[in-house]
Design a protein around this ligand. Structure first.
Ligand code: HAM
Length: 432
């Protein structure tokens, strides 16, 4: 009996907390989110990106094949489930393969290219929660499919930079590298393998394994010793083919022209398997564990998923991290618009009429406060005072019968009776 009481208490505690690493976005936080989403939408759409929503659940195989079987995201962090019907599904750990799936499934390949898509939605990774690392977090992603020119890479980077600047973060910079095309890859792998073979004993156990399976992954290891060991690695950019080198040089030239701050980081490989050529991350200072965004080119993914061969490039920015940084830097959240007029209703007849009046105001885009559950004049006026409105409208039985309403100036306390049909116009005049 005792045990079951304890169990019930534990259950209650679990039931009454959001799952670990996941969080509510409360009304008080909403102004940050609205501001950022509005900016994302405005910027993306101006530059010709159309919004796409994909399901929260996808076939797990999409990410196994798209993101990469041996990435941490798929191997360690993906939430998977088996449905009653036997389907093997995953909560999307990132947007990119899902957008590519939609591109293939809906025949975007026969639309004029490039196809430019954006999303602003939550993704899920079962990582160890800590500051800036969540299990459910939002990404604003931009993906350009069907354009191989360096200008497409530049557009993605430039828009990420504009976005951060315009929401208030002007001190971020881009760490950038080129991984070359698939043909360059064996060259890069060889270089890294050779380099680390001579330092095998100093590598962490995971990296010793990586040395055999995927040596480039060693460069993404967060172990301090492994990070230090990178120092003398010859620049990988020297190992890519002429075409890839020229592509990269053009990207850098454009970035310089546009004044986008970047740092050549010849050991940047990113944690996902699909990248070719340009890769980048957005950092604040040298804080690599808390990147605000990351992306790059992934010219092979479409074909690897079973679609046509199409080059692609994209980025995803982590919204929680951006909001945290804005707060850290002392930015103030935008103040939500508050009503300047309040409707007080007294009695059944007035209550019935209230919605009609509220609709008249809504159609004229004037915010109207109310508390329809209250009947008492004092309580409603107190509420109006608390909201700091300029005017209250008082509607009692007599006013309903006469088709009038009382307009009360909250500062002076003066009241006058106005025909109901004229009240919106009257308020409009007085609010300016
Ligand atoms: P990613 O680097 O895995 O790339 O994630 C992009 C951004 O999401 C990160 O830079 C970070 O801001 C945020 N982020 C990642 N994990 C977490 C977490 N656990 N908690 C909070 N924020 C996090 C991608 O997802 C690729 N799909 C980007 C891309 C688009 N590449 C090409 N197109």
């Amino acid at each position: 009996m005792k045990g079951s009481k304890k169990e019930a208490k534990k259950d209650t505690k679990i039931i009454l907390s959001a799952p670990r690493g996941m969080h509510d976005i409360l009304p008080s936080e909403r102004p940050w989110w609205d501001k950022i989403e509005t900016k994302a939408k405005e910027l993306a759409e101006f530059y010709g990106f159309s919004r796409i929503e994909t399901p929260v659940l996808e076939s797990a195989h999409l990410f196994i094949r798209g993101t990469g079987e041996n990435t941490d995201v798929v191997k360690k962090e993906m939430y998977t489930l088996r449905t009653k019907g036997g389907d093997f599904l995953a909560l999307r750990p990132e947007g990119t393969p899902a957008v590519m799936r939609a591109y293939i499934e809906h025949g975007f390949v026969s639309a004029p290219q490039p196809v430019k898509l954006y999303y602003f939605y939550p993704v899920f990774r079962h990582d160890r929660p800590q500051a800036g690392r969540y299990r459910q977090f939002y990404q604003f992603g931009l993906e350009t499919i069907g354009e191989e020119q360096p200008i497409a890479d530049v557009e993605i980077i430039y828009l990420s930079w504009l976005f951060l600047n315009e929401v208030g973060l002007s001190n971020a910079h881009f760490e950038i590298n080129s991984l070359g095309c698939r043909r360059c890859r064996s060259n890069l792998r060889q270089t890294v393998k050779k380099y680390y073979e001579r330092r095998r004993n100093k590598l962490c156990p995971d990296c010793r394994r990586r040395l055999e399976t995927n040596p480039l992954r060693i460069l993404d290891c967060k172990n301090e010793n492994c990070i230090k060991l990178k120092e003398d690695l010859p620049p990988l950019i020297d190992k890519v083919c002429d075409d890839c080198r020229s592509h990269f040089e053009q990207v850098l030239e454009y970035l310089e022209e546009l004044g986008v701050p970047y740092n050549l980081n010849s050991t940047l490989v990113r944690g996902l398997d699909y990248y070719t050529r340009t890769v980048f991350e957005i950092w604040l200072g040298d804080n690599e564990s808390m990147a605000l965004g990351g992306g790059g080119r992934y010219d092979e993914m479409l074909q690897e998923l079973g679609g046509p061969k199409k080059p692609a490039v994209g980025v995803a920015l982590g919204i929680e991290r951006i909001i945290e940084e804005l707060k850290e830097e002392g930015h103030k959240p935008p103040t939500p618009s508050r009503p300047r007029v309040y409707l007080v209703q007294l009695g059944e007849m007035a209550k019935k009429k209230a919605f009609k009046i509220m609709e008249d105001f809504r159609k004229h885009n004037i915010k109207l406060g109310s508390s329809l559950g209250r009947d008492n004049l004092r309580a409603q006026l107190k509420n109006a005072d608390r909201l700091g409105v300029d005017f209250s409208l008082i509607l009692g039985q007599e006013e309903v019968l006469n088709e009038t309403i009382i307009l009360r100036d909250m500062r002076s306390g003066l009241q006058e009776t106005i025909p109901l049909g004229k009240i919106v116009e009257e308020i409009k005049k007085r609010l300016h």
